[in-house]
Design a protein around this ligand. Structure first.
Ligand code: GLN
Length: 263
């Protein structure tokens, strides 16, 4: 009895200090972040000093909590991987709903593995390969892979450098932010290599469009997430590379965010 009330007093004090530091840092501009943070810390062991320092440095709550939710899964995260975004759930949903016939699927730049793993869970007959150039990212993806009963085959590759087979479907959420854009403060803690691409953010997308064609089966599908206003040059790139049908898909805000090319 005495022990547990002591314990709860300590927890109350810790929560108070988290709230205080949060409001000093964000003023009243991001109360929902505080709500998610406190909710996430409830069942976790954490070091108070470390949490407070991270808040002061505006580390995203997903990295403080070391996990976040994506589609139907929960993902371990660290700063070697991008934080999964809600818009990317549309990408997974589109594949699961429309391309469930795909038996061999490749996810390029897999990061936390969230796209590949969610697809492997839903399309349990399909074989999914996830690649990343970063061994540190692959460590995260492999840890997350345990939640799938149809585990993804994760391996290191710089786009197609280590791929020697063909696929029914290739998916990617590659870096697409321009190096000239001023990075939003919230993005500063995420891996730059997963966010920024040359040629106004188009360089990696264009490279993938050109190279993927040779790694697709006949009638294979390439589906990509892209940045705002990038659809026209990407469409042109697909046309120049012989993709026979192209579709654009919008995100939750009604903005063109995904492009699909059929071989
Ligand atoms: N969607 C992310 C953002 O705009 C960028 C992710 C990416 O570059 N693939 O914050």
């Amino acid at each position: 009895m005495q022990r547990s009330s002591l314990k709860s007093k300590k927890i109350k004090e810790e929560l108070q200090s988290i709230k205080k530091v949060w409001r000093n840092t964000y003023k009243n501009s991001y109360e929902e972040g505080l709500h998610f943070l406190l909710d996430g810390l409830k069942d976790k062991k954490f070091l108070l000093e470390s949490v407070l320092t991270q808040i002061k440095n505006k580390v995203p709550i997903q990295y403080i909590l070391k996990n976040w939710f994506f589609y139907d899964g929960e993902y371990f995260l660290n700063p070697h991987v991008l934080i999964p975004r809600p818009e990317t759930e549309i990408l997974v949903d589109h594949i699961v709903s429309n391309f469930s016939h795909a038996k061999k699927i490749l996810d390029l730049g897999t990061g936390s593995g969230c796209i590949a793993i969610e697809i492997s869970k839903k399309l349990s007959e399909s074989k999914v390969v996830g690649i990343d150039q970063s061994e540190d990212a692959l460590k995260v993806a492999r840890k997350n892979n345990k939640q799938s009963s149809n585990p993804v085959n994760f391996r290191v590759s710089n786009w197609f450098s280590n791929i020697d087979e063909t696929f029914d479907l290739i998916v990617s959420n590659p870096p697409y932010i321009s190096e000239n854009d001023k990075l939003d403060e919230s993005l500063k803690h995420e891996p730059r290599s997963a966010l920024i691409s040359k040629e106004n953010g188009l360089s990696d997308l264009k490279e993938i469009i050109t190279d993927a064609y040779g790694y697709l089966q006949d009638n294979g599908i390439l589906i990509l997430e892209h940045g705002i206003g990038q659809e026209e040059p990407l469409k042109q790139k697909m046309l120049n590379n012989s993709y026979k049908k192209i579709e654009l898909i919008k995100d939750l805000n009604g903005i063109n965010r995904f492009i699909v090319g059929f071989k």
